[in-house]
Design a protein. Structure first.
Length: 135
């Protein structure tokens, strides 16, 4: 995979994950306003699950590709932790139906996923091809 494309994927992943984290942090404050504004679709479980599936696929694809290049596990570990938190928040019913704990879990998970993309981007940028590099 080309470096500009890899960089674009990480930037997309980081931006999307951090936007998701902000969305999850602010949403409890706006719950009363969303139906009045006609934006209640953003509260739907379907949207949230689709977003978590997209973040998972993009994250795994992008960070696995980055790992093959830089061979540093920190970014993958951060990604996996963030994705586990997101999936638990979406699938574990008691947490999913508790507004504030759910928002905290989604914000934390989304932030970890976004930071994993940023870390992967920096690791890819700092990677130097030399005699010990297989790529």
């Amino acid at each position: 995979m080309s470096s500009p494309f890899r960089s674009w994927l990480d930037r997309l992943g980081a931006t999307g994950s951090l936007v998701c984290a902000v969305h999850c942090a602010v949403l409890p404050l706006l719950i009363a306003l969303l139906p009045a504004l006609g934006l209640s679709g953003w509260l739907g479980e379907g949207f949230e699950r689709v977003f978590v599936v997209f973040a998972s696929l993009l994250g795994v694809f992008s960070l696995a590709s980055g790992y093959r290049r830089h061979r540093v596990l920190r970014a993958l570990g951060m990604l996996v932790t963030g994705l586990v938190v997101l999936w638990v928040a979406v699938l574990y019913t008691p947490l999913h139906h508790s507004v504030v704990p759910h928002a905290i879990a989604m914000t934390f998970g989304g932030t970890l996923v976004g930071l994993a993309h940023v870390l992967n981007l920096r690791l890819n940028h700092g990677h130097v091809h030399d005699a010990s590099c297989a790529h």
